[in-house]
Ligand binder design. Structure first.
Ligand code: PMP
Length: 283
């Protein structure tokens, strides 16, 4: 089955899909996006992702390219045309095509692009069994990290540093020595007393949908947690470390920089939470 993309009202072969060179997403990174996981043919937390997409558009005053219901129909059609049972749907909205000039164009119509791809749950499960390494990098991003903007250069530089150091992810650390989040994930620790800690949402991090779902599950299961910023020092001294995202789910971390976390194996709390989260997704 060859891949099909949705581009501004049309379903086109993925390798021919393109937007205009003066699309403001291309010229200025003037756009927003979402990534939604698909398990057993179902979108996970689609409402949360679409709420966040609309919030991102509103914060940047990008017009909606279509209403939410028709957008959901297009999403389903993209998944169907690509035969995605397990994978991801990617959607991007930009301010549209207009002659290059910084201010908002008067009459541009927003662009909407969607793609879908298959992913392997087994591969992700294998990674979770082994655990992954993380490096720390300075957080050099702007002050609106709550907006899921396609302007991702600092995140890309952070992830590249991780890759070059043989790590899976980079956790960003602010000027006060506090961990903000990963380049494309939210960061969590379990301290030596067994308390789960993750940063509260504000402008300094993206309000992860996986993070929110996991917090709900913690509450339902009466598992205690603290919503507070934690320092790099706490990270390095944690009993367990893990990260969450729509493409990684819950992923145990076994090494941060040169420091081995716990006994160098995925921690029991992170591993259990991955199981709880998997059940949540499957149901
Ligand atoms: N933080 C950043 C910077 C991200 O890009 C992502 C991935 N979208 C996340 C956190 C995790 O968010 P989610 O659980 O919604 O995928």
């Amino acid at each position: 089955m060859s891949r099909i993309a949705y581009v501004n009202g049309q379903y086109v072969p993925h390798k021919e899909a393109s937007v205009h060179i003066e699309d403001r997403g291309y010229q200025f990174a003037d756009g927003v996006y979402e990534v939604i996981p698909i398990i057993a043919g179902k979108m996970i937390d689609a409402d949360g992702h679409l709420d966040r997409l609309w919030r991102s558009m509103n914060e940047l005053r990008i017009e909606e390219p279509m209403k939410r219901r028709p957008m959901e129909l297009v999403m389903r059609e993209v998944l169907r045309k690509n035969g995605v049972e397990t994978g991801l749907i990617y959607m991007q909205v930009t301010r549209g095509v207009a002659p290059r000039d910084h201010p908002f164009p008067a009459d541009a119509f927003p662009s909407l692009v969607m793609t879908a791809k298959k992913t392997s749950l087994e591969k992700s499960a294998r990674k979770a069994e082994e655990g992954v390494a993380v490096v720390t990098v300075p957080d050099i991003r702007w002050q609106r990290c709550d907006i899921k903007s396609v302007s991702l250069l600092p995140n890309i530089l952070a992830k590249q540093e991780a890759v070059e150091k043989g790590a899976y992810e980079a956790f960003q650390v602010d000027e006060d020595g506090m961990v903000t989040e990963g380049s494309s994930t939210n960061a969590w620790i379990v301290d030596q007393d067994g308390t789960l800690i993750t940063r509260p949402t504000n402008n300094s991090i993206l309000a992860g949908i996986t993070r929110a779902a996991l917090l709900d599950l913690l509450e339902k299961n009466k598992i205690k947690f603290e919503l507070r910023a934690f320092s790099k020092e706490e990270l390095l001294n944690a009993r367990e470390v893990f990260l969450t995202s729509s493409s990684s789910y819950v992923q145990p971390v076994i090494k941060v920089d040169d420091v081995v976390i716990g006994n160098g194996k995925p921690g029991s709390i992170a591993t259990n939470l991955r199981t709880v989260f998997k059940e949540y997704m499957e149901n």
